[in-house]
Ligand binder design. Structure first.
Ligand code: BG6
Length: 488
């Protein structure tokens, strides 16, 4: 089965931070994939901008390296790589100084009339200075769009500052705050599942749903990003954005239509309805040395080289959305590095049946669960009780009605960035965070951060390769429930 490809309008995309990790791992490979799929028009150019004084050939070599490392050999060929590299330009630019900006403007001048996109894959501290310079050079007008990467700020106050600085130059309808989780195929499928099927909506509420679990578990550690990570921690890095966005998509009311503001209005209402958390509602952890992916791995503090860091690499929270639909339904949220497996999933746990008509010999009756798997092996699973086949009386067993998207459709799942970058060119903000959403998310997160900063209690240790500190298991077991996988 092939997917439908609709070419976008001519554009020029300027990537600030073009020599960085995100550009190499995600942006360049994503743009290459869309080129390969035939979605980039002839007049589509990509301009790398970074501090390094690179010749354009050197930038092309860097881009080739990124493609060869991150796009499987079976999905690329030399002609396609050359065609893609011919689209690239490079300007050495000092984001906080004056050097290089006129060179960048000179590259862009002949491309006037195209849609221009400025992608800020840099530290958030540079968002303001870059936008200011784009404004001064007259590059921010017309159809120009700016894309800002998360984290937008490190608390509410700094997020407001970043939003102000970017908003001075670009109007909100041309600001794209990216959260790559929203571009994941299964996350979009969550909307399809909820709003293109009549089956779930009548059950999608506190009367029928016992609780929700959202797990984003990673088996990797902080890799080469310890410097950044130590200033962020799991709450800022994953919960404030990715996990709360997933929670919003599960909990929001059906929007009147799928346009950007209708969807974001509904998500905002969820964020505003989040009940402030008490200390009993959170667990923070930090990994110690252990084993992962078949070998020994060092602890976070050893990787960081700073024995006193209190940055959390794991968080579990018990959230509640205080409205009619969700009153008293716990949303258990959990994310961490160096956990037992790489698995991201949303579990909708329905209430148990009110009364069993079966003999005790039929065995226990497990409540239904809808599992939306984001990764790996994206898909949807509905756990049902059936009669164990064959003679021998009525014995019940739980079976999954299981759909793996790759098996069902046999197509490559595009990376989230492929979808999102082209959505910017298309001018579709539906899968991007609006300013008020980001700020509402911080408003809920800030008191947790403040409580942690004021507390002398360090994060709870957990061994790398496990499901986090035992307190995270206690967090859910206290309510008589268990985590859906090996975490319990
Ligand atoms: C990023 C975080 O936003 O998401 C990383 O900064 C994390 O720390 C990554 O590893 C996870 O993304 P994915 O798509 O691999 O689940």
């Amino acid at each position: 089965m092939t997917s439908r490809v609709i070419p976008v309008e001519p554009f020029v995309l300027v990537v600030f931070g073009a020599t960085g990790d995100l550009a190499k791992r995600k942006l360049i490979p994503a743009l290459f994939q869309r080129d390969l799929a035939g979605q980039l028009p002839e007049e589509a150019s990509i301009v790398g901008a970074a501090r390094a004084h690179l010749h354009e050939d050197e930038f092309a070599a860097l881009a080739r390296g990124a493609i060869e490392e991150h796009v499987p050999a079976t999905e690329r060929d030399e002609a396609a790589i050359r065609r893609f590299l011919a689209r690239l330009r490079y300007a050495a630019v000092d984001a906080t100084g004056e050097e290089g900006w006129t060179d960048l403007a000179a590259i862009l001048t002949p491309m006037q009339g195209r849609i221009s996109v400025f992608y800020l894959a840099t530290a958030p501290a540079l968002f303001g200075p870059i936008c200011e310079r784009l404004g001064r050079l007259g590059l921010a007008g017309g159809q120009a769009r700016v894309v800002v990467e998360k984290p937008v700020g490190r608390d509410l106050a700094s997020a407001k500052e970043v939003n102000e600085a970017v908003g001075k130059v670009f109007p909100e309808e041309r600001i794209y705050r990216i959260d790559h989780y929203l571009g994941k195929e299964t996350v979009q499928n969550l909307m399809a599942l909820r709003f293109a099927n009549g089956l779930f909506e009548p059950l999608w509420n506190a009367a029928h749903i016992d609780h929700v679990q959202i797990t984003v578990a990673e088996s990797l550690g902080v890799e080469g990003r310890a410097g950044y990570y130590d200033t962020a921690g799991a709450l800022r890095d994953m919960v404030q954005n990715h996990i709360l966005q997933l929670l919003c998509l599960v909990a929001m009311e059906p929007p009147a239509q799928l346009d950007a503001d209708a969807v974001r209005d509904e998500k905002l209402k969820v964020l505003r309805a989040l009940k402030p958390l008490a200390p009993s509602g959170w667990v923070r952890g930090q990994y110690r040395a252990g084993a992962s992916q078949g070998g020994p791995v060092p602890g976070y503090l050893e990787e960081l080289g700073q024995p006193e860091s209190q940055t959390e690499t794991f968080v579990a929270l018990r959230a509640e959305v205080e409205n009619w639909r969700w009153a008293r339904v716990p949303f258990y949220l959990r994310t961490g590095k160096r956990l037992a497996e790489r698995v991201s999933e949303i579990v909708i746990a329905f209430r148990p049946i009110p009364h069993s008509v079966f003999e005790p010999s039929a065995g226990p009756i497990m409540a239904n669960r809808l599992v939306i798997r984001l990764q790996p092996d994206e898909g949807v699973q509905l756990q049902l009780m059936i009669k164990d086949p064959g003679p021998g009386g009525m014995r019940l067993r739980q079976v999954p009605l299981d759909m793996s998207f790759s098996t069902a459709f046999g197509v490559r799942n595009p990376d989230a960035y492929e979808r999102l970058v082209l959505d910017v060119v298309r001018g579709n903000q539906t899968l991007f965070m609006r300013r008020d959403e980001v700020e509402a998310a911080w408003r809920w997160i800030d008191p947790i951060l403040e409580a942690w900063a004021a507390s002398a209690e360090p994060p709870k240790p957990y061994t790398a390769g496990t499901w986090g500190p035992s307190a995270a298991i206690a967090l859910i077991e206290r309510d008589g429930r268990t985590w859906a996988d090996g975490g319990s």
